[in-house]
Design a protein around this ligand. Sequence first.
Ligand SMILES: [Mg+2]
Length: 254
Amino acid sequence: MKISLNLSKIINQIAIDAGREIIKIYNKPFTAKMKKDRSPVTKADLVANKLICAALENINPKIQIISEEGKKSLHSKTNIFWCVDPLDGTKEFIKKNGEFTVNIGLIKNGRPIHGVIYSPVKKEIFYTLNKCAYSAKISSKNIYSKKKQIKVKPKNNLKDRVLLLSRSHARNIELSKKHFRTNKVKYSGSSIKFCYIANGLGNIYPRLGPTMEWDTAAGHAILNAAGGSIKTLDRKVLKYGKQGFKNPSFLARS
Ligand SMILES: [Mg+2]
């Protein structure tokens, strides 16, 4: 499936629409439940998931969807599938710090070929088109403003590199700073860290421990299109469609 300009706008709009539903819930009192894996889930995760899955099926019912809040297996063998995290950063959503995102990725032959990340609080969208990455602000009338192509900004000096760490998962912060030989650290929740590398605000994001493919698919596509990469600790490209859709530890970089 080739992603035309028109189709990319449709996929972006799905993320924006899901973001709008998430914000409706965010702005009122809500409760969170614990899932079997002891991660939290709210009504917002489920509402956004329903909206996104229905809209993606509408684009092409033959393309299967893997989602954090939906199906976690492919019912038939395929080389192409959507990889969705309707609300990444549910912990940040519950803390009300605004650092959560809507994530839609498209995987083909084990590689992320298209990605959209939308931040409903900042009303900022990051997306790929024709192997380039873009960011834009979205107004209440769905108009894109400040649209620009984004590229990674690698640093020659190791000490100038900005290290990105998870707000909710960061461990061994001093060890990380020493290992990457930098004192510059930026903390952030959710997949927005991939966007910070893609737009030149950060350089390295180490993630030790397991994640799921829907946590990285959209961000990986955006980062690749901006000139960055995600590699496993044995320096292999992070691939998709793995057993159980589980990612090993990885290093994202500019
Ligand atoms: Mg999620």
